[in-house]
Design a protein around this ligand. Structure first.
Ligand SMILES: CC(C)(COP(=O)(O)OP(=O)(O)OC[C@H]1O[C@@H](n2cnc3c(N)ncnc32)[C@H](O)[C@@H]1OP(=O)(O)O)[C@@H](O)C(=O)NCCC(=O)NCCS
Length: 180
């Protein structure tokens, strides 16, 4: 199946690889200083554009990347979640970032469960991680809801080496046992 045809549906959400029409939502996310703080910092639209292209680029050359998450009822772009494996990264990441308007409604948990199921079914991963800053408490709560624990602390690879993160995660077997 080609990436453009991949669609996952949950009770409230649609997940699919990014499309050009998702950019306005992504630019709003990166313009929000607080929301963008732990995903590389805020950026104006022209800077957001270059970062937006990372995920479709990953889908194109690696065959996977983060999904865009949309409200099934309205089509609104809520955020992104899913597999992400940059060079030198501490592990097979399941990452996430949602617009502030989408926080506090369980969307990130609902979407990320579906994205993890897809990643484990399709990528052959035996484990997955989430790299989370020590003061990103909302992200740590999400990791815990998913059943992940903090495995170790580690610096990210250069040029991000100043960032020391908690490497949260779990094994495929642990995920599957909790889902059963
Ligand atoms: C990390 C992030 C996705 C977490 O978002 P979130 O809204 O807290 O997580 P969820 O969407 O799963 O929502 C869970 C919250 O909604 C509440 N909620 C309300 N209605 C709900 C429902 N119908 N179902 C489930 N939860 C619901 C839960 O009680 C929970 O609140 P709590 O954390 O105060 O207990 C969000 O803070 C974010 O995008 N941050 C900016 C980007 C970022 O830092 N990314 C991570 C880098 S490591």
């Amino acid at each position: 199946m080609i990436a453009a045809d991949i669609r996952l549906e949950t009770g409230r959400l649609l997940l699919r690889p990014p499309r050009i029409e998702d950019f306005d939502g992504y630019a709003e996310l990166l313009a929000d200083v607080e929301a963008a703080r732990f995903i590389g910092g805020d950026a104006p639209r022209a800077g957001a554009w270059r970062r937006f292209l990372q995920q479709p680029g990953a889908w194109f050359v690696q065959g996977f990347g983060m999904f865009s998450v949309l409200d099934r009822a309205t089509g609104e772009w809520l955020g992104q979640t899913g597999p992400w494996r940059p060079e030198g990264w501490p592990g097979n990441e399941i990452g996430w970032a949602f617009r502030r308007a989408a926080w506090g409604q369980g969307y990130a948990t609902e979407a990320t469960r579906a994205a993890i199921d897809w990643a484990l079914d399709n990528l052959g991963w035996d484990e997955f991680v989430h790299c989370i800053a020590p003061d990103n408490l909302a992200s740590q709560r999400l990791a815990k809801r998913l059943g992940s624990t903090c495995l170790r602390e580690q610096n990210l690879p250069a040029p991000f080496e100043a960032h020391r993160v908690g490497v949260w995660g779990q094994s495929r077997a642990h995920w599957r046992a909790r889902r059963a």
